[in-house]
Ligand binder design. Structure first.
Ligand code: FES
Length: 183
């Protein structure tokens, strides 16, 4: 009678085996799922990378061209700061011409201020000074401010092109696109 107890698994042994199976199965399933998702994620990343190749990143920058009104809208003998905030430019008008200066210091790129009472542009960063025409005369700025390309449109309004830069030290302030002649 004792032999029958040891030879055939009793109800306790069977339930122990079932318990072990229950514990083993989820682990196997878990591993299987892990491998499955790893492969899927890798494939998804590779596929995304593949399609990104056909859609290169595009940087949307503000347009370089904009209009600032007609010459009559600017007062002779003044420097207008009207577009400084929006476009970082100053518009200067003399008896003979209109020119537009980029409001960027040629030392390290700070934005100078137009000081009407002192008739000059003054950079707050390291003290460079520029004449009304944009020529550097004090401080560390190594060269004059830059003038921007101008054209008068059919309706009489002036168009500024920030993509066209004219540098005095290169003799470019003589070029006709660097100013609007009022003569
Ligand atoms: S950035 Fe203007 S003086 Fe240095």
């Amino acid at each position: 009678m004792a032999a029958s107890k040891t030879d055939s698994p009793g109800p306790n042994t069977t339930s122990l085996q079932a318990n072990l199976d229950l514990h083993r199965m989820p682990r196997r399933t878990l591993l299987h799922r892990f491998v499955h998702w790893s492969v899927n994620i890798s494939l998804a990343v590779i596929t995304l990378g593949f399609f990104r190749f056909f859609f290169p990143r595009v940087l949307f920058e503000p347009p370089t061209k904009f209009t600032i009104g007609t010459p009559d809208e600017f007062q002779t003998g003044t420097v207008s700061t009207k577009y400084q905030k929006e476009h970082r430019i100053w518009v200067a008008k003399t008896d003979e011409l209109i020119y537009v200066l980029l409001a960027r210091c040629t030392h390290l790129g700070c934005t100078p201020r137009w000081l009407e009472s002192e008739n000059k542009f003054k950079c707050p960063c390291h003290g460079s000074g520029f004449t009304r025409e944009g020529v550097n005369f004090e401080g560390p700025a190594p060269r004059p401010l830059e003038r921007l390309g101008l054209t008068v449109q059919a309706d009489g309004r002036i168009e500024v092109d920030k993509g066209k830069v004219f540098r005095k030290e290169r003799g470019q302030w003589e070029k006709k696109d660097s100013f609007v002649s009022l003569g």
